[in-house]
Design a protein around this ligand. Structure first.
Ligand code: SF4
Ligand code: SF4
Length: 675
């Protein structure tokens, strides 16, 4: 589904309860994609959900929805850098994508897409909005209307309901979720004054009635600590920070005061408040990956994991009760430790950009499940209590010496462990959350120390770049490794099958008002297995190029299909195709090496017409044969039409339209001819 193999779907585990509460809402597990490239489009949401994510942080929206972002914008060669930030869609388009994503999840649940036998609540899912970046923008009527529509999406759900195609009409009356989200994570610019962060948070709490998480920057650690960890401990001596980014950002003392006031304000309004650790770290752009003139870039991945753990430790010492959401270099190996730290949610971005993409998520959960089984726990909070062997200490810190403490210590040692049941039997179920919070705090120093000493976070272990083999991609045929398909966060790249073809195709030249066959050109496609790109899903992030062993970039070199004729016409500097038609025939608008062509094929007769506006070829389409050529009015003498262009277009279009492999083109082929 959306190119994610069924073996990578997460189906829950009947004997283990991984559920958590995030702002009071139950999610079947704490894992999710962070607000970013994996949460912009509806198919991103469905993909993450199928692979096990149950807390989805939707990509940040802001008032300026006509951003020009440098391309490429993601450098995931080893340590991950980016220069992208908020949504690249208009506000109304983002809303539509998020509501569609939520509805897709509901359809997948109802359709039993993940099979039967899953435990109750295995599909409970939380959507977390993210807004940026300043008070004026967030208070604007447009952003307010956007948030209101996410809180009550009935009108949008009903509109989309009507778009469900006839063959899926059984889902039109589904009880779709209409309150998509009542919680928001605030993202602010580097340098946003403390007073403004607090004012925005109060607006979101007081006037919009939302639960609020504030995303904080790693600069809170101070430049000396950040540089010490980056350079001296981890060995990333090439990464340079700038003093001004630390001076302008929120300071530690300000952060603590603000957190205290906002926690209290949230409590007073029956809402909850949390912080998210962390945003990316702004660093000097010392590489040549991003377009020239890009002075800074934003660091994530392995080094950020260690930095953020140190910031977490600082918070844990200063404000042990503060709920913390975590996103920084999370991967399947450190995910169980993040859970043992009591962090909710634990979200991921960089790791999903690597080969495998969303299919990397199930491993996060299976590693956690393995550890839970080893410890003899079936519930996530009991896992926190036992993960680092500090459970006894947590019990003793929570409960005075006496019978209750003894009962709890016995329950802790028992397998399966069930601390909550033991507390409830004694009428003290109220102590359980505090006990777990204490255990999470006690777990922190050992986990931070372990990660800091772990060689895998160090520069020496993160220098390799994906291997290139020295060949350049072409329209057809490549080494067929398929890395570009899951590496695309938007599922824009897809596989199709083409009929291999080898033949000589003539060029036709206008001479004395007639079409004359000139030189022939060899055209050869050797492989059935081919790659194409759905342009409407591609945002030119460049990630598929990073992992493709050949040069050129799949998103630039492979056949590019547009979802609308208007899109094909707008992107005049891009080669590509738009296809319309139905059972009777197809029409293709094509641009190859900058030249425009049209192809019409009648499915019944197999006859086709191929033209570049000056010459017109009669085609036997199934046999790829040119039957005749004629000159159209206005053609210039000497004009040449190369019939191998027809062969290339025919091969790509026929392959992509083959319904045996679903893709965004053949599943949405317009029956309506565009005007
Ligand atoms: S385009 Fe590149 S990444 Fe994609 S299958 Fe071909 S060689 Fe592999
Ligand atoms: S096709 Fe490539 S460039 Fe386009 S969105 Fe996907 S990964 Fe990014």
């Amino acid at each position: 589904m959306f190119d994610l193999p069924a073996r990578s779907f997460w189906r829950g585990t009947p004997d283990l309860d991984l559920s958590v509460l995030f702002h009071g809402h139950r999610a079947a597990n704490p894992l999710g994609p962070a607000a970013g490239p994996q949460t912009q489009m509806a198919q991103n949401i469905a993909l993450a959900w199928l692979a096990g994510a149950r807390i989805l942080e939707l990509k940040t929206v802001q008032i300026d929805d006509r951003l020009t972002i440098p391309r490429p914008c993601i450098d995931a060669q080893n340590v991950v850098y980016n220069v992208e930030w908020s949504q690249e869609l208009r506000l109304e388009e983002s809303l539509r994508e998020y509501v569609k994503g939520s509805m897709l999840v509901d359809v997948l649940r109802q359709a039993g897409a993940l099979g039967s036998g899953s435990p109750p609540g295995w599909d409970d899912t939380v959507f977390d909005m993210s807004v940026g970046y300043d008070l004026e923008g967030i208070r604007s009527p447009q952003i307010r209307a956007w948030i209101d529509a996410m809180k009550d999406a009935r009108a949008h759900v009903d509109a989309l309901r009507r778009e469900i195609p006839p063959e899926l009409s059984r889902y039109r009356d589904l009880g779709f979720r209409t309150a998509i989200s009542d919680q928001v994570t605030l993202s602010t610019f580097h340098g946003c004054p403390a007073g403004e962060i607090e004012a925005i948070s109060r607006y979101l709490l007081d006037e919009l009635g939302l639960h609020v998480t504030v995303k904080l920057n790693p600069t809170l650690l101070g430049r000396e600590t950040v540089d010490g960890l980056l350079h001296d401990v981890l060995g990333y001596t090439d990464i340079g920070t700038r003093p001004e980014d630390f001076e302008r950002d929120l300071q530690w003392a300000q952060a603590l005061d603000m957190v205290d006031r906002l926690s209290e304000a949230a409590r007073a309004r029956g809402r909850t408040f949390a912080v998210k650790l962390t945003n990316t770290l702004v660093v000097r752009n010392h590489r040549s990956f991003f377009p020239a003139g890009q002075e800074v870039m934003y660091l994530s991945g392995q080094p950020l994991h260690v930095l953020t753990l140190h910031l977490l430790q600082r918070f844990r010492k200063a404000r042990p009760q503060l709920p913390i959401s975590f996103s920084a270099g999370v991967d399947s190996r450190n995910f169980p430790d993040c859970v043992a730290l009591g962090l909710v949610p634990v979200t991921v971005c960089s790791d999903l950009l690597r080969p495998g993409g969303y299919a990397r998520l199930p491993r996060y959960l299976s590693r956690l499940e393995e550890k839970m089984r080893t410890l003899g726990v079936s519930e996530l909070r009991d896992f926190v209590a036992k993960a680092e062997g500090r459970g006894e200490e947590a019990v003793c810190a929570t409960v005075e010496a006496g019978t209750l403490r003894e009962t709890l210590l016995s329950a802790l040692a028992a397998e399966p462990t069930d601390l909550e049941a033991a507390l409830e039997r004694t009428g003290r179920g109220d102590l359980y959350p505090g006990l777990v919070t204490t255990a999470a705090r006690l777990n922190t120093p050992a986990i931070v120390e372990r990660a800091t000493a772990d060689p895998r976070y160090r520069a020496a272990a993160n220098r390799e770049t994906p291997r290139k083999i020295g060949s350049h991609l072409r329209l057809f045929d490549c080494i067929n490794c398929d890395k570009c398909v899951p590496a695309c966060p938007n599922d824009a790249n897809f596989v199709y099958e083409a009929e291999p073809l080898s033949g000589d195709f003539a060029s036709y030249r206008v001479e004395d008002g007639r079409a004359v066959a000139a030189a022939t050109e060899r055209f050869e496609v050797r492989e059935r297995h081919q790659i194409a790109v759905f342009q409407d899903f591609c945002n030119d992030c460049g990630n598929c190029d990073t992992f493709c062993p050949e040069d050129g970039g799949p998103y630039l070199e492979k056949p590019r299909f547009f979802g609308t004729l208007e899109g094909w016409q707008r992107w005049r500097d891009r080669d590509g195709f738009f296809v319309a038609g139905g059972a009777d025939g197809v029409r293709v608008w094509a641009r190859l090496r900058g030249r425009e062509y049209a192809l019409e094929v009648d499915r019944q007769s197999g006859r086709g017409v191929f033209t570049d506006g000056a010459l017109r070829l009669e085609i036997d389409h199934p046999r790829r044969l040119v039957l005749g050529a004629e000159v159209l009015p206005g053609a210039s003498p000497g004009h040449v039409l190369d019939a191998s262009a027809y062969a290339a277009i025919a091969l790509a279009v026929d392959g992509v339209l083959d319904p045996s492999l679903a893709n965004p083109v053949n599943s949405s082929l317009s029956e309506q001819e565009p005007a």
